[in-house]
Design a protein around this ligand. Structure first.
Ligand SMILES: Cc1ncc(COP(=O)(O)O)c(C=O)c1O
Length: 351
C-alpha cells in the first residue's frame, strides 16, 4: 500500500510492534557492539540512525544515510567524485556550499562550472563532460527555482549524475528521485527536524552502488550523526508535514501583506514553502535595523523551525555580493499570522 507523506512521517522508523515494545526508537549510546553482527562498530551503524534514515527514506523514496550535518552530507557527495571532475552548480546558493565549491575549484579537486540555474539551456549546455549536476532549488536566499524535470531528463540522456538539495522545497513539494535524480540531500537541521535544536544531514538514493560508496565515505570520513541528534531528527519528522503546511499558509498570507507594504520594494517567494526573501526600501543599515527591532521574530540565522527567524543575509562576510544588501530572509514559523504581521509591520514602520 502506498501511503501519504503525512502518514509515513508518523509511522516510519518505529520499532517492531510487540507486547511492551516501545513506540519510539531507543537512543543507542554505544561505540561498539558484541562481535558477530553485521554492524560491529559505532561508526558503521546505529539503530537510532536507522530509524531516522527509514523515516527520511520513506518521504523521499530512496535508501537514506544520515550525516552529522547538511554540509557533511554534501561533502560526502563531492568527495566521491574523481580528482578534477567537472561539476555544474548554481552560481548562487547557500553560502556554505558556495564556499566549499570555490575551495574545491581553487585546489583543482573539482572543476566547478557555475551557471544561472533559472536558465535551463545554459545549465544543459554546461553539462558536456560533467560528472555531476548539483541543484539547490529553490536557492538560498534568492529563492530561484530550477526546472528540475527538464534538467534531470537532459542529464540522464547524457549519463550525468544529478544531486538535488531539497532542503527548501522538502518532499511535500518535490521528490527529485522520482524525477530521475540520483541523490537527494537535506539539511535535516531545517524543516525535517524543525525545532532549531539539532544539526543533521541526509542523502537518499535508489542506486545501490552509489549508496555503498556514500556509506563508505561516511564510515571513513567519520561524518556520522550522534544518536541523540538522530533521535531528535525522528521526533521532529513526526510533525514535519503539519508544521510545513501551517508555516506555508502563514508565508502565503505574509507574502500578500508584504507585497503591499510601502517600505518593501521586492518580495521573493517561489509559490510554495515557508521562506520569504524581501528587500526593504532603504540601505543595508535600514534592513539591519528592521531585523534588530523585532519583538516576536527571532533575529538569527537558519530556517525551517517552528519559530519564525529572520536576518539580513549580507551581514555574513561569506554571503555572495549578488545578494542585495537590503535583502531580509524570513523563515516563517507556525505562530499566528496576525502576530507575525504585527511584528513585521512595527519593525518596518520604525524605519
Ligand atoms: C540549502 C542549504 N543546504 C545546505 C545547508 C547546510 O546544512 P547544515 O547547516 O545542516 O550543515 C544549508 C544550511 O543553511 C542550506 O540552507
Amino acid at each position: 500500500m502506498s501511503i501519504h507523506p503525512e502518514t509515513s512521517a508518523i509511522t516510519a522508523g518505529r520499532p517492531e510492534a510487540g507486547p511492551d515494545a516501545p513506540l519510539n526508537p531507543p537512543i543507542i549510546s554505544s561505540s561498539t557492539y558484541h562481535a558477530g553482527g553485521p554492524v560491529g562498530y559505532g561508526r558503521y551503524g546505529n539503530e537510532t540512525w536507522t530509524a531516522l534514515e527509514t523515516a527520511i527514506g520513506e518521504l523521499e523514496g530512496g535508501a537514506t544515510l544520515s550525516f552529522s550535518s547538511g554540509m557533511a552530507a554534501i561533502s560526502a557527495v563531492f568527495s566521491i567524485l574523481p580528482i578534477g571532475a567537472p561539476i555544474v552548480a548554481s552560481n548562487q546558493g547557500y553560502s556554505g556550499v558556495m564556499t566549499l565549491l570555490n575551495q574545491f575549484h581553487a585546489s583543482g579537486r573539482l572543476e566547478v562550472r557555475l551557471v544561472e540555474i533559472t536558465h535551463t539551456e545554459e545549465v544543459i549546455a554546461a553539462m558536456k563532460g560533467a560528472a555531476l549536476v548539483w541543484l539547490e532549488s529553490p536557492t538560498n536566499p534568492c529563492l530561484d527555482v530550477a526546472d528540475l524535470p527538464t534538467i534531470i531528463a537532459a542529464a540522464k540522456k547524457l549519463g550525468i549524475g544529478v544531486g538535488v538539495d531539497n532542503t527548501f522545497a522538502t518532499p511535500l513539494v518535490q521528490k527529485p528521485l522520482s524525477m530521475g535524480a540520483d541523490i537527494v540531500m537535506h539539511s535535516v537541521t531545517k524543516f525535517l527536524a524543525g525545532h532549531s535544536d539539532v544539526v543533521l544531514g541526509s542523502l537518499s538514493t535508489n542506486d545501490e552502488a552509489l549508496y555503498k560508496r556514500l556509506d563508505e565515505s561516511r564510515r571513513f570520513n567519520g561524518s556520522i550523526p550522534g544518536s541523540f541528534e538522530a533521535w531528535l531528527g525522528v521526533r521532529g519528522i513526526r510533525t514535519f508535514p503539519i508544521r510545513f503546511r501551517a508555516a506555508e499558509r502563514n508565508a502565503q498570507e505574509l507574502v500578500t501583506r508584504l507585497s503591499r507594504h510601502p517600505k518593501v520594494t521586492k518580495v521573493r517567494y517561489p509559490g510554495f514553502g515557508a521562506i520569504i526573501s524581501f528587500e526593504v526600501d532603504g540601505t543595508a543599515e535600514d534592513a539591519q535595523k528592521v531585523c534588530e527591532s523585532s519583538k516576536l521574530i527571532t533575529h538569527a540565522t537558519s530556517l525551517g523551525g517552528i519559530e519564525s527567524l529572520w536576518e539580513r543575509r549580507r551581514r555574513w562576510a561569506l554571503e555572495s555580493p549578488s545578494v542585495p544588501e537590503q535583502l531580509i530572509r524570513l523563515s516563517v514559523g507556525c505562530e499566528h499570522v496576525d502576530d507575525l504581521w504585527e511584528d513585521i509591520h512595527q519593525a518596518l514602520t520604525g524605519l
